[in-house]
Design a protein around this ligand. Structure first.
Ligand code: SF4
Length: 321
């Protein structure tokens, strides 16, 4: 049995840019550019970055919703990209993806109980006779009631819909859930409830999560390790405590400076980044962050910094560290 549940090595995902009358490929959007992640059983890895950093593409490429350009994805030691369609189908229940807006993936004319139960039928994991009971069990574990089973999606609030999204993933008894911005569309008080639900489910079921968010304060409460992405590349990874105590990359420092803290005297000086994230179709040379970095030097514009261990498994890509 491999030690790691998920091993992603040097993952790249480039989307071709087509133009002209002949629709020729004239370039590539480097959405994911050499990203490595490992997640152990029952662990939570937080993947953080601004919109456009490529973090959602990482999640979709891991579960093969979109194909990789290169690199390796192993789940329980099995190369996900070496599986025949039938084998991949068998593996799918073990790795589930939860989206920001579960409403868009629910058919408004299908009762919630049927929407949750159909995944079991699709994968041949239960008989029709036992579905209702299984759905009720999973609804209860997600904080919903038995009578919700016959309701339609429009009858639920945003927080309840996210609970339905979680129930739909959970009923397949996965080992890993990839949650892509699962609380971003919710009010702060509801966010806390859903994060608590994720945490409780982890404790009772031993689930592992890849938790994708643009908000460091959200991943802080759930994750044991955190990776920060910028323009398709990982710029820093460390344990949660180390990252919050000792952020090394200027981009991480800027993100952290925006995180509210309960004790005013611990407040970090706010670092406001200049401009928007550049286009991944035309990323800056050298360090991709140099166009917005307050500490950029001449060599930052030419040389790509190595992603290296700064000590104790705290990895960072910056010439100044
Ligand atoms: Fe800033 Fe240079 Fe470090 Fe990049 S390598 S983060 S530009 S100091």
């Amino acid at each position: 049995m491999p030690e790691q549940l998920l091993e992603v090595q040097h993952l790249k995902k480039y989307f071709p840019v087509k133009s002209g009358l002949l629709n020729r490929t004239t370039g590539y959007v480097k959405a994911v550019d050499d990203v490595s992640i490992t997640i152990g059983p029952g662990e939570t890895f937080g993947l953080v970055g601004e919109s456009g950093s490529g973090k959602s593409t990482v999640g979709r490429t891991i579960v093969r919703l979109t194909d990789k350009t290169s690199g390796e994805v192993k789940f329980k030691g099995i190369d996900v990209y070496n599986l025949a369609p039938q084998e991949l189908r068998k593996l799918r229940p073990r790795m589930q993806l939860i989206f920001q807006d579960p409403y868009s993936s629910l058919n408004p004319r299908v009762r919630v109980g049927d929407a949750i139960g159909e995944a079991l039928l699709d994968h041949g994991l239960a008989d029709r006779g036992e579905i209702r009971e299984r759905v009720q069990e999973v609804l209860a574990s997600c904080g919903l009631s038995a009578y919700h089973i016959d309701r339609f999606p429009h009858e639920f609030s945003g927080g309840q819909r996210q609970r339905i999204g979680i129930a739909r993933a959970l009923i397949l008894n996965p080992d890993l859930i990839i949650a892509d911005e699962p609380v971003s569309a919710l009010d702060v008080s509801i966010q806390a409830q859903i994060i608590n639900l994720f945490r409780n489910l982890q404790e009772t079921r031993g689930l592992a999560y890849l938790f994708i968010s643009h908000d460091l304060s959200v991943v802080e409460h759930l994750c044991t390790r955190i990776g920060v992405m910028y323009l398709g590349s990982m710029v820093e990874t460390a344990s949660r405590d180390e990252l919050f105590r000792n952020p090394l990359h200027p981009y991480t420092k800027a993100l952290l400076s925006a995180v509210p803290v309960p004790i005013p005297k611990l407040k970090r000086e706010r670092i406001v980044l200049k401009g928007d994230i550049p286009s991944p179709a035309n990323p800056p040379r050298g360090c991709k962050f140099h166009t917005r970095c307050p500490f950029a030097e001449a060599r930052c514009r030419e040389e790509v910094p190595d992603f290296r261990d700064a000590g104790g498994g705290h990895y960072v890509a910056c010439h100044l560290v």
